[in-house]
Write a protein that binds this ligand. Structure first.
Ligand SMILES: [Zn+2]
Length: 482
């Protein structure tokens, strides 16, 4: 099965945006401030997830940060924060926003916080419920709030612009159609899944990828009024890269990109320091492995991270050098809470889960089947509906849409194509964590991202409802009267 050519399949196309031309009102100055806040946990922190059982942190390859950018058009002030964490529960986001002092002028509804989805960090979601977990999550919230406050302290006259380039080399569908005879049972013992997640390079029986990735590397650049770089917020739809060492803490390619871009465009020890941010786009079904090619030689730890981050930083610099920065653009932000239904296990599945879980002898050594039995029981206790925090931001003519899920690439591409604001980019894993967001078609295909668990529990139509609500919010911010 082959897919139609990509939107920008072959050539690297550079698109530099012309911000919506708006004369700066005489009394308004555009200002921006950026700062980072170190959020590295102590060694010994648990690297467990809902599904994957990790280890404890025994080393730090690179420090973790909350990277904060505050924009102010003279009337509206808003904050964009990218946090080196796999996923952050809504309560922790809300705790962080509540800790931002009112004196900063930033109400919770003007703060967008997202997790990058690096897998080499603790998961900031309720897992073990122990003191160490609670302590780190409180520390994380406080450090995020500190970072926002520090970015506000750095507010200075600034100018802003954006551009984009296609980098299809590092984004591939991680869900592949498999021939009926090559299908494998899922953890519930069923064999109806038509796709396999991360099937392995060179695996027999693969038919083709289930989706088209979004290859766009988007760059939002903020400079000081004198042209010195202040911050760059990049956006790319790549799950994460991985290939880190065992027990190591790392910000994955998201952190490496920020570091390498700073080396390219900023001055060392600049005051205040330049801040790079890489926000995760819509990458729920996308990773950096091309399963259609024969496997290459095994890479050393961090080698692939350096390669991806290095090449994207090079592209980001090329885009950055061509951006025409504007002295003033209007800002607007809107958010809403969208109630969505929770999928329920069938009575039969629930009985299966209770049976399997009752037979588990050692709860520290779970099989995949045991994990999904536990997950089934966890989701069975969920409320019937959960509210999802959705946000839209307008920066001049640019739109930013944010959702608290691992959004699939097709949903992101649709939001980009249908948004009132052009261009628009999307940020996943923002303001909460509500699991994977497969489309109804993906639910039909089955596979890991659709298996009922705390990592996938929203109603089958959730992706369409979220898309529609984000498009509605985008129209609101686009039409906001200045
Ligand atoms: Zn994920």
């Amino acid at each position: 099965m082959t897919l139609k050519p990509l939107l920008f399949a072959t050539a690297v196309i550079l698109v530099v945006g012309a911000p919506l031309r708006a004369a700066a009102p005489a009394d308004r100055v555009f200002r921006a401030g950026a700062a980072t806040s170190n959020i590295t946990p102590p060694l010994g922190a648990s690297l467990d997830g809902y599904i994957a059982q990790g280890t404890r942190a025994t080393r730090v390859h690179d420090e973790l940060h909350a990277r904060c950018l505050v924009l102010d058009d003279g009337r509206t002030r808003l904050a964009l924060v990218v946090v080196d964490n796999t996923m952050i529960a809504r309560e922790i986001h809300e705790r962080a926003k509540a800790l931002v002092p009112a004196a900063t002028g930033l109400m919770p509804g003007r703060i967008l916080i997202s997790a990058t989805h690096t897998h080499s960090t603790p998961r900031a979601v309720p897992l073990h419920g122990d003191a160490a977990e609670r302590e780190y999550q409180e520390f994380l919230a406080r450090r995020i709030a500190d970072g926002i406050q520090r970015a506000v302290s750095n507010l200075a006259p600034a100018r802003i612009g954006w551009g984009a380039v296609a980098r299809p080399e590092f984004v591939f569908s991680r869900r592949w159609h498999v021939k009926p005879e090559a299908r494998v049972p899922n953890p519930f013992g069923e064999t109806g899944d038509q796709v396999l997640m991360n099937p392995g390079v060179g695996r027999a029986g693969l038919l083709g990828p289930s989706t088209q990735p979004d290859p766009e590397l988007f760059i939002l650049s903020v400079q000081h009024a004198d042209g010195r770089p202040l911050a760059v917020l990049a956006n790319y739809g790549l799950h994460y890269v991985g290939g880190t060492g065992a027990g190591a803490i790392s910000a994955d390619y998201f952190g490496a990109f920020a570091e390498l871009l700073a080396q390219r465009i900023a001055t060392p020890l600049q005051d205040p320091p330049f801040v790079g941010l890489m926000a995760n786009g819509t990458s729920g079904d996308i990773n950096a492995v091309d399963f259609s090619r024969p496997p290459g030689p095994p890479a050393a730890p961090y080698a692939r991270i350096r390669e991806v981050a290095g090449q994207l930083a090079e592209s980001a610099e090329q885009v950055y050098r061509k951006i025409k920065h504007e002295a003033w653009v209007p800002l607007a932000m809107a958010e809403s809470d969208l109630p969505l239904a929770v999928r329920r296990p069938t009575a039969e599945r629930l009985a299966w889960a209770k049976q399997v879980w009752s037979e588990v002898k050692d709860k520290s050594r779970l099989t995949r089947r045991d994990v999904y039995a536990r997950e089934t029981l966890s989701v069975a206790d969920f409320p019937d509906q959960v509210p999802l925090k959705l946000q839209a931001i307008r920066v001049g003519g640019l739109g930013i849409a944010a959702a608290p899920c691992e959004v699939f690439a097709s949903t992101g591409l649709e939001i980009k194509a249908r948004s009132t604001l052009r261009p628009t980019f999307t940020i996943s894993l923002a303001n909460g964590y509500n699991g994977y967001l497969p489309t109804p078609r993906d639910h039909q295909l089955g596979g890991y991202e659709t298996w009922l668990a705390r990592s996938s529990y929203l109603e089958v139509e959730a992706s369409e409802k979220i898309r529609d609500e984000l498009l509605r919010l985008m129209t609101i911010v686009a039409e906001s009267v200045r």
